[in-house]
Design a binder for this molecule. Sequence first.
Ligand code: ADP
Length: 595
Amino acid sequence: MSSSRVFRKFVIVYLLLHLSAALIFLFFASRWISSEMKQQGFLRLEMAARHIRHYFHLSKISIDDPQACTYSIEMGRHLGLRVTLIGTNGMVYADSESPDAVFENHANRPEIIEAKKHGIGKSFRISGSIDKPLYYLAIGFTEPTTQADFVEPSGFIRISQHRDDLQRLEKGVLRYLWISGTVLALLSAFFMWRFIQRETKPLDTFSEAARRIAMGQYDAVPIPDDRNDEWRNLADAFRHMLSELSHREASLLANSSRNQAVLTSMIEGVLAIDAIGVVTLANDAACEMLKIKQVDLLNRKLLEVIRIPALQQAVEETQLRRIFRCVEFETATEPRRQIAARVSVMDAGVHPGVAIVLHDVTEIRQLESMRRDFVANVSHELKTPLASIKAYAETLKLGALQDPEKSIQFVLQIETQAELLDQQVQDLLTLAKVESGQAIFNIRPIPIDSICRDCVESYQELAKKRSVRLTYAAKAEGIIARVDGKELQTVLKNLISNAIRYTPEYGSVSVTTYRDGPTAVVEVADTGIGIAPEHQPRVFERFYRVDSARSRELGGTGLGLSIVKHLTQSMGGSVHLSSAVGKGSIFKVVFPLAS
Ligand code: ADP
């Protein structure tokens, strides 16, 4: 059975209309039949009365004649009717139902009074004589000699019949009418119900189809195809809609996944904010930059999750003035990042949404700052020896040249400062080459033992001059590492010269090589002044010196360890420092062993 509400409504409305029409019809039909039966009943009584009167006239007998009485009684019994002969004065001459009874005067009976006036009278009432409901019809009787019916009747022939006799027939007819009417009504209701059910059945299928379409299940949508009426048109329209929808959904999905892929692969962060400031889109890069999970960001107000007034202000201004704004801010979470945001209008509503594109400019800003520092440092570093050279030259010019002893001393100073300058320029060039990635390394398996030994040898003279004991020890024989031999030399020379320079007299510097797992290690250890823990992470920075005056005095450029770090890393190795103030330092450079 169809469960559609439309079907139920149809059935209920139809049944109500149908049953009320049937009831109205049966009611009026019953009324008509009852009245017609009554008419027919009275007609029968009238026919019987006229027949008796005709007989009296033919037989030329008057109403109070005994022969008339006998005939009336016989006719009454024969017809199943009550025949009463009544005189004009109301005296009852004969009564077929109670022939021997003595009747009261009938002159004031309604049918007699009416018959006196119009020649015929009818009434329905409870009989005073026999105490039963009867239909009465009385016609006037004139003597056989008189021709006119209504003139001076000499009596009345009254025919009466029990109401039950008439009602029995009426009830039979009515019962037949009601039964056949009800059966017909039920049959037509049943066929109508079946008809409506069949006609409204596709509604269920269409509503199921619409439900599945709404859920995006385009594959198994049931659409009726067994009809040839308006339902077919609707089914065709549904099929068309379905193909359009699935086509659009496919293109929307393709679009959305394309956009998603683009957004996900972007290194720039993208945020979309709606008119009321709620974040509706955030790509992975944006979440990463702001250090916030996507679930915590989406569908929440921007101000609630990212408390950056500059950004909020840019969003509001963009919404208000419909111009794009660029702001730069620092993230609130550690590690702090410098983010540049470009805020632009996203749609053209009254309160437009905005799109925010975020760029992580931390490294750019760091590089800019490093570049500024570097220029300042280089200028400063070069200025010092240049100023010295200038000062010595001027002193010579102003007369020191005349003094051979002093002039040779000043010339030597100029030479030293020029060498320092040259060393600084050399170091800067080396560093610039390594950092820019332009340096070409010839990395290959090299026995590091001989290189270390040669380096140590080349610094023995300086060590001796400073009364420092310089030794070399190979803890393992034949260590072959993947390095560039020339650059390894540069690394070692920097480390050994530092160790000698920062070790006081009678101290010692030892260079050791050994294997550590898959790596070759060169260790330069000294018993020098050592480096305090707070300086240790910074000594590899360019121009960083723990003690600038001492470094310059010792001919340091502040670039040695920076070169060591960059060269080592460029060769796939690493450099490590452990040191204690007053006890000494150990620098370890680690390279991969040649397999
Ligand atoms: P510099 O030319 O000044 O030696 P480096 O880059 O080689 O520059 O070294 C940076 C700083 O590290 C030095 O100024 C010095 O203070 C410290 N340093 C380097 N090597 C040693 C060492 N072996 N012992 C103590 N301090 C050292």
